[in-house]
Ligand binder design. Structure first.
Ligand code: AMP
Ligand code: MG
Length: 381
């Protein structure tokens, strides 16, 4: 059974000059295995000891979040919550609450294309991959009956989560890395590192800009194995890539993605790659998965409603690759008019991990987005 799980080539970090008299800081890069993927931190510091200490604190934060959110660890807070599914509200930690809250919003905004309650389906299809045979329809129906964002009730006042049906399983694989990258960047910011980059596999948070530069230059993974990868420049923003380049399975000659369409219970088929830029990693990660499920039309529409975001969607049809970008994508393309900063308020403003601009009525999406992006451009010129 062909299965590939290559280390994410989703992002190649370029950018960043060496120390110069005008910028006495030196660039340091660290990597560590975290959350089942390669985690990388790049930062500029006055000494190696200081840089190493900061990076290890940020990695420790990621490891702590893995202990909260992992669905591979029986003892994670998430798994303990799932074991109590069907038994009423359970008090949960701030971190779990925040990531579930962001997930709930995204489920609503994507009309169920993004749904962390897909756990029964992801488990079913993981088993199918091991066995090399497709689950039967009755199994898919049974898993679908235990899926649905409206079956997960959060109570902000009591700080509880209630999984309404016994057997429900939550899978944070589509948003947890983005949240963890945000949090690692927040640790660095708390230690006064104004310029840092945190990459957790294909989820990257770019804080500030390398000294003397206007932003972090990041190469985005493409469906094509060769040729120039799109290159974006980010400052105080995040980028995530979702696709089947890293993870896919083949059963009876059909290539399935690890992303499931919660509306049908089946994984996506065919090859596609979705890259989303957003003010924070929680949103870029979640949106990249949501847009993968929604496809080109609905995906671009969703991204167009979210402030400070941009998307690039590539879909393969045989040998032909069709690529579509949101109108805002060009602001981030290296060599274009960018870079722009999408969040002036820092990496972790108070409030929910993300907000989506409300839909109609209002100015036409294209008009306000262009205006929005232009004003950001001005601010950082
Ligand atoms: P990503 O690589 O960020 O797109 O996340 C994919 C992972 O999220 C999968 O491996 C599953 O664990 C989980 N997942 C799959 N489909 C969905 C979905 N429709 N909504 C939310 N999570 C999903
Ligand atoms: Mg994701």
């Amino acid at each position: 059974m062909p299965q590939r799980r290559a280390v994410l080539a989703a992002a190649l970090l370029v950018g960043a000059a060496a120390a110069s008299p005008a910028h006495p800081l030196t660039r340091y890069e660290f990597s560590s295995r975290q959350m089942g993927t390669e985690a990388r931190i790049v930062l500029f510091a006055a000494s190696e000891d200081a840089a190493r200490d900061a990076a290890s604190r940020a990695f420790a934060r990621v490891a702590a979040l893995d202990a909260v959110m992992s669905d591979y660890r029986e003892d994670s807070e998430l798994m303990r919550l799932c074991r109590r599914a069907g038994s009423g509200p359970v008090p949960i930690s701030d971190d779990l609450f925040r990531v579930l809250d962001a997930s709930e919003r995204l489920a609503r905004d994507s009309r169920g294309a993004f749904d962390v309650t897909v756990g029964p389906l992801t488990h079913l299809w993981r088993r199918a991959r091991r066995r090399g045979e497709r689950p039967d329809e009755a199994e898919i129906r049974a898993a679908l009956a235990l899926t649905g964002a409206t079956k997960l009730i959060l109570n902000a006042h009591d700080h509880t989560a209630d999984l309404r049906a016994a057997g429900m399983q939550v899978d944070l694989g589509a948003i947890g890395k983005g949240y963890a990258a945000d949090e690692a960047a927040a640790v660095l910011k708390g230690l006064s590192y104004r310029s840092a980059l945190v990459a957790l596999g294909g989820d990257i948070v770019a804080a500030g800009a390398p000294p003397g530069s206007r932003g972090w230059t990041i190469d985005v993974a493409d469906l094509r194995s060769h040729g120039a990868a799109p290159r974006v420049v980010l400052r105080d923003a995040a980028v995530s890539t979702s696709g089947d380049a890293e993870q896919w399975m083949e059963i009876a000659g059909v290539r399935y993605s690890h992303i499931i369409d919660p509306r049908t219970g089946a994984p996506l088929t065919g090859r596609r790659s979705v890259t989303v830029i957003a003010p924070r990693g929680t949103l870029s990660d979640g949106l990249a998965t949501a847009v993968s499920v929604l496809g080109i039309m609905d995906g671009i529409a969703l991204v167009t409603r979210a402030r400070g975001t941009a998307a690039r969607i590539s879909v393969a049809n045989g040998d032909e690759i069709r690529t579509v970008t949101s109108p805002t994508w060009r602001y981030f393309v290296a060599g274009g008019s960018g870079p722009i900063s999408v969040s002036s308020g820092g990496l972790r403003p108070a409030g929910p991990p993300y907000t989506l601009a409300s839909g109609a009525p209002g100015p036409a999406p294209l008009a306000w987005l262009t205006r929005d992006a232009r004003s950001l451009l001005f601010r950082h010129r």
